[in-house]
Design a protein around this ligand. Structure first.
Ligand code: NAD
Length: 383
């Protein structure tokens, strides 16, 4: 049963965050029940038809309610459903989604609506970027991770055998509708995974927010006003960075804190959710980034311990050993990192930290130091 109708019946508290990108500016509307407005908002954007891209889990839970809402606003709305999971960020699924959008006669004035987690958002957004050389799209994120991170900022794409997110495009959505009531159906594991990306904003440049997370993390996971507050705060943080650096020529790379490690872990795990999901890899990546910073003498070991303590307290993994079924090996991890797109002229770029809320872009990081660190972590010396 969808939570949309229930949530819409009580007056929703909402917040709107503007992503200030000139002619590509858009709103992120956050609150319980905002999904019920999808039709009216799509109509206000001038669309006559909507291709509603979703995955099979979300299709069962929420897609009919959204489709009915869009149809009630007088728009043609048809579903495109892909299998749940990271495997759908593939060439084969992209081709199928593009063809389905074309079969639905979606024109440039119409909309692709991505209803799902980061996988659906990245995939549908990329399809929207390339079908007819670009049609508009709306993000309706249904996971905590997607609401606080992936639906904002216009990075879209799929994975290649060479690594994660290596094929894609910048394509900003025209609107993000983040209905926090949709998170009521999300399992605890995925909620926790999304929480890792919330913590990340505190670690990047907002020590006060990290302290707030330490005090309120459990409440964010439990639901209620703290969750909405965390989503809105995260969206404001991301919107500010994206507005400063839309195409990641500078500051935006800070959002990759923990991600060089995380992407390598995901690659080693073959994106197998029985081993790890993206947000869990990010949690371990954050802990690793801080321990690496401590090993390099950049931050106090106490800071790394504090980060690890909070992530562990919310049930998130902080070491390589936390992933049953992963066989971490320093050389394979290093190899996976070298394929990451943050490699410039053969040198590794990491986001490192001088402390909680004080992260920076470290270019030309010494590969020997990375190797030493990974060997220590693989041997279980991270804790
Ligand atoms: P996901 O999209 O795979 O969703 C996780 C699981 O939750 C899936 O099984 C999905 O079917 C299910 N689900 C989704 N919404 C649900 C709901 N409301 N109720 C019940 N189940 C639900 O994973 P994710 O964590 O949302 O996103 C991870 C992806 O996001 C990765 O591919 C990552 O690379 C990408 N990402 C992109 C950006 C960006 O800027 N574009 C940023 C961060 C992450």
């Amino acid at each position: 049963m969808s939570a949309i109708a229930d949530a819409a019946s009580s007056a929703p508290a909402r917040e709107t965050v503007r992503v200030a990108l000139g002619e590509r500016a858009y709103d992120i509307v956050i609150g319980r029940g905002v999904a019920a407005e999808a039709g009216a908002r799509a109509a206000a954007l001038g669309a006559r038809a909507v291709a509603l891209v979703t995955d099979d889990t979300v299709a069962e839970l929420h897609a009919e309610a959204v489709r009915n809402g869009v149809a009630a606003a007088g728009l043609r709305a048809e579903l495109v459903t892909v299998p749940s999971g990271e495997g759908s960020k593939s060439y084969a699924t992209l081709a199928r989604v593009c063809d389905a959008i074309l079969a639905q006669r979606i024109e440039r004035g119409d909309l692709v609506l991505a209803l799902g987690g980061g996988v659906v958002g990245d995939l549908a957004g990329f399809a929207a970027a390339i079908v007819r050389r670009g049609v508009r799209f709306v993000q309706m994120p249904t996971t905590l991770l997607a609401q606080v991170d992936s639906s904002v900022g216009g990075k879209t794409g799929i994975n290649s055998a060479h690594g994660k997110n290596l094929v894609g495009a910048f394509h900003q959505p025209s609107l993000v509708l983040a209905d926090t009531a949709l998170l009521d159906t999300l399992c605890e594991r995925e909620l926790r995974a999304g929480y890792a990306e919330i913590v990340k904003y505190g670690l990047i440049d907002d020590a006060a927010f990290f302290a707030w997370c330490e005090a309120n993390g459990a409440a964010v996971l439990a639901g209620g006003p703290e969750r909405e507050r965390a989503v809105a705060h995260s969206c404001r943080a991301k919107a500010a960075i994206v507005a400063r650096d839309e195409r990641e020529e500078g500051d935006r790379a800070l959002l990759n804190l923990g991600h060089t490690f995380a992407h390598a872990l995901e690659r080693l795990a073959h994106y197998d959710p029985s081993i790890l999901v993206h947000g869990e890899a990010v949690a371990a990546g954050l802990a690793l980034a801080f321990r690496f910073s401590a090993m390099l003498g950049l931050c106090a070991p106490a800071d790394a311990e504090r980060v690890e303590r909070h992530l562990a307290a919310t049930g998130l993994p902080t070491t390589l050993q936390a992933f049953a079924g992963l066989s971490p090996d320093p050389e394979r991890l290093l190899d996976a990192m070298a394929q990451d797109k943050k490699v410039v002229a053969g040198q590794l770029t990491f986001i490192l930290a001088r402390g909680v809320g004080n992260s920076f872009i470290a270019k030309g990081v010494d590969v020997a130091a990375v190797r030493t660190f990974l060997a220590r972590e693989c041997a279980g010396g991270g804790r």
